[in-house]
Design a protein around this ligand. Structure first.
Ligand code: 5GP
Ligand code: ZN
Length: 116
């Protein structure tokens, strides 16, 4: 855990968040500043700066699979059969603002494409 990382602290329960899923390895919370009627963040409890750091770390395949499974299940449930989007913003040009891997799950309205 990185004590300076806001999502590490949320995963550890030190900073409150509206939690919608929790296991030993993965936490899902409501985004503080939702961009759609449904806007959830699915994150690993362990600190990875981004998707590359996770995928380049041997042995993390089960965490990667759980992140995707939880995000898609929440998208299916909350999207009420009308679809959803999973996004992983990465780095400066990818629009990443928090340096702890997280999957956005967006649903509840028609989402534009391409993104801005
Ligand atoms: P990024 O821009 O890195 O892809 O996404 C970061 C997301 O985290 C943003 O959508 C932002 O609203 C959300 N966020 C930032 N700080 C907090 C927080 O303290 N609590 C929660 N629940 N969401 C946060
Ligand atoms: Zn962290």
């Amino acid at each position: 855990m990185d004590a300076t990382c806001i999502f590490c602290r949320i995963a550890a329960g030190e900073i409150p968040a509206k939690t919608v899923y929790r296991s030993d390895a993965v936490v899902a919370i409501e985004d503080l500043n939702p961009q759609a009627p449904v806007h959830l963040l699915v994150l690993p409890v362990a600190h990875f700066a981004g998707v590359s750091e996770l995928s380049q770390t041997p042995g993390t395949e089960p965490v990667a699979a759980e992140l995707l499974a939880v995000a898609s299940q929440l998208g299916r449930e909350r999207g009420e059969g009308r679809g959803f989007r999973i996004a992983i913003n990465t780095g400066e040009h990818g629009g990443q603002t928090v340096g702890h891997l997280h999957l956005h799950v967006l649903a509840g309205r028609a989402l534009g494409w391409p993104p801005g």
